[in-house]
Write a protein that binds this ligand. Structure first.
Ligand code: SAH
Length: 262
């Protein structure tokens, strides 16, 4: 059909959830089956990536040599696949709009006139703590929750994260959920202590939440760095800071499922 030559594909910005295929949305699973090509990095986790036939997969995470595919190149690939008539799933760990650069990709597609659809996912920022028995809000312990990147060095003057302001939120009964926060843990823990938070404040780290080999390590602001080092916590992991992190201790023996006991 002549029309086929001019058909533009659709780009689906799809959240994969934290890694357990059972936490994919029905829409996400359907699209993984019907898409012509799936652009992904490693964050969705091995179990979900295994659902996608290898010939459909394009890894836009690490390239040979170790550096990341630049965002601009991912943007270009999304557009050229769609212009070639292919329906594309851009698969992102968790939710595409929580520290996933989905916003940038969406704006690029809009500028280029490519039709797209957003498929939200279960974010690790909520599901990670949740699966480990940590509710991010709790009537008795936390009436707000803040998601923050730990990727920036708090000591750098150009850091966009105001840790003193976040400490005030925790002090007022809030929960802090830090993503990408394994490497700079010592720096932001120090910044929060300096801003006046108690060394006894509960902290938990949930590594590879909902993956088969997930683990949780718990401590306090003062012990968190030692806990991380002793357990050798590695990314991807979520750090939860606030009174809610202690909830886990009260439910642990009854928790079932991935992340329950590690
Ligand atoms: N869009 C994602 C977050 C991307 S930023 C989401 O909504 O979940 C990458 C960070 O997400 C990681 O450094 C880690 O902090 C967190 N993360 C993603 N998946 C995770 C998982 N299964 N377990 C623990 N942390 C995870």
């Amino acid at each position: 059909m002549a029309d086929d030559d001019t058909r533009v594909g659709t780009v689906y910005l799809v959240g994969s959830g934290p890694g357990d295929p059972g936490l994919l949305t029905v829409r996400a699973r359907d699209l993984l089956e019907t898409a012509d090509v799936v652009l992904h990095d490693k964050l969705p986790g091995p179990e979900i990536l295994d659902l996608v036939p290898p010939e459909k997969r394009e890894d836009v995470g690490k390239r040979a040599g170790g550096e990341r595919t630049p965002q601009s190149e991912t943007n270009v690939r999304l557009v050229s696949h769609a212009r070639a008539g292919r329906d594309v799933v851009r698969l992102k760990g968790g939710d595409p709009f929580v520290f996933g650069r989905g916003g940038e990709e969406m704006e690029h597609l809009a500028r280029e006139g490519i039709p797209f659809e957003i498929v939200p996912g279960v974010t690790s920022a909520i599901a990670g703590p949740g699966i480990a028995g940590i509710p991010v809000t709790h009537r008795d312990h936390a009436s707000s929750v803040t998601f923050v990147t730990g990727h920036e060095d708090p000591k750098k003057p150009e850091s966009a994260v105001d840790w003193a302001a976040l400490a005030a939120l925790v002090d007022a009964g809030g929960t802090l959920v830090v993503l990408m926060g394994v490497g700079h843990l010592p720096d932001y823990v120090a910044a929060l202590r300096e801003a006046g938070l108690s060394g006894d404040l509960p902290v938990a780290m949930v590594e590879r939440a909902t993956w088969p080999d997930t683990r949780t390590a718990a401590g306090t602001l003062d012990t968190a760095v030692d806990v991380r080092d002793e357990a050798e916590v590695e990314p991807p992991a979520i750090t939860v800071i606030g009174e809610v992190a202690a909830t886990r201790d009260r439910v642990l023996e009854f928790l079932r499922g991935r992340g329950a006991d590690g």
